[in-house]
Design a protein around this ligand. Structure first.
Ligand code: SF4
Length: 319
């Protein structure tokens, strides 16, 4: 295993709401992402994945409180001030493919103009012709069509806006790429193209990639390891081949996610996730779990690869 580019240690995020209510958006997240590795953080919408990404980038709202550490080299992202994050981290040390690309793009400027500005700002490339060529190459890497470069964001479909945001994120060649739902709005062919491009970036440039997604097919295509998040906690962290292949995941929620896929059992997990502002005591999956016992009244900790009092073992799975 290569050295970790990102080391997250017991990262928690709480939102303080009017009336003193606290929302436990992320609790004790703990993982590394190494150079040349892709970690996919998966889970249903609202489980805390994007809040975790915002915490890493220092983009949480003012009512958020964080605890723990997130080290990018010698810098603790959670303790860094806004000036440091803006000048040395976002775009330069962490490239972001955002969840809402249309909102991330500047509405009054063309995609070409935004790409050229980013090339000039983040790379050593100088001279109009060279900057223009580099911007066009970045667009091509993200499969953004060259005949749309002089359009404004509002003239793009959701899929094209996503590809423009991907192109912008790749320009700075940051050591860590953080892709937050990078395949939103894309048809399956473009999903494959996008994740293959991201994977190529990891392999050829030896960069680290943290992909946040609810698209399990995309995760299977790109990831070396998988972290499953449920109700703000990572409940399973294992290698992708084991997770998607044999013997498969060990946590009941992870197994439910895979069994819900149309090309597997197509059987949804019963019930709904709990509200992050009203989590039950003990394991948050209890109400939906057919393996629940009295032991599950205590919160299970992540040991080995899974946080569960009664995880599947390979013998169960093969039986
Ligand atoms: S700890 Fe208990 S309730 Fe939670 S997933 Fe495991 S078996 Fe199910």
């Amino acid at each position: 295993m290569k050295a970790a580019v990102l080391s997250v240690r017991r990262l928690s995020v709480r939102f303080l709401m009017p009336g003193g209510r606290r929302v436990a958006a992320v609790t004790d997240a703990h993982f590394d992402v190494a150079a040349g590795e892709c970690l996919a953080l998966i889970g249903e919408s609202g489980c805390g994945k994007s809040v975790l990404a915002s915490a890493l980038l220092g983009l949480l709202p003012a009512n958020a409180q964080t605890a723990g550490e997130a080290r990018l080299g010698d810098l603790d992202l959670l303790a860094a001030d806004e000036r440091t994050l803006a000048r040395t981290v976002r775009g330069r040390r962490i490239g972001l493919i955002p969840q809402s690309p249309a909102a991330h793009l500047t509405p009054v400027r063309t995609i070409r103009s935004q790409l050229q500005e980013t090339v000039a700002e983040l790379t050593g490339i100088r001279g109009r012709a060279a900057v223009r060529t580099a911007a066009e190459a970045a667009a091509e890497r993200a499969a953004f069509p060259s005949d749309h470069l002089d359009r404004h964001p509002h003239e793009l479909s959701g899929g094209l806006a996503q590809r423009a945001a991907t192109a912008l994120a790749l320009v700075g060649d940051a050591p860590l790429l953080l892709a937050d739902e990078p395949t939103t709005g894309l048809d399956r062919d473009l999903v494959d193209h996008t994740v293959d491009e991201l994977r190529r970036h990891v392999d050829t440039a030896d960069r680290a990639l943290l992909v946040i997604t609810h698209d399990l097919a995309a995760a299977e295509r790109i990831a070396d390891r998988v972290a499953v998040m449920y109700a703000g906690r990572i409940v399973e962290l294992t290698d992708a081949a084991t997770f998607f292949g044999t013997p498969g995941p060990r946590h009941p929620y992870s197994r439910g996610l895979l069994q819900a896929l149309p090309d597997r059992d197509f059987t949804p997990i019963p019930g709904m996730p709990p509200e992050l502002g009203d989590l039950p005591d003990g394991c948050a999956f209890t109400a939906r779990c057919h393996l629940s016992t009295a032991a599950c009244a205590a919160v299970p900790q992540l040991t080995d690869t899974v946080a569960c009092h009664h995880p599947y073992v390979p013998e169960d799975i093969r039986a």
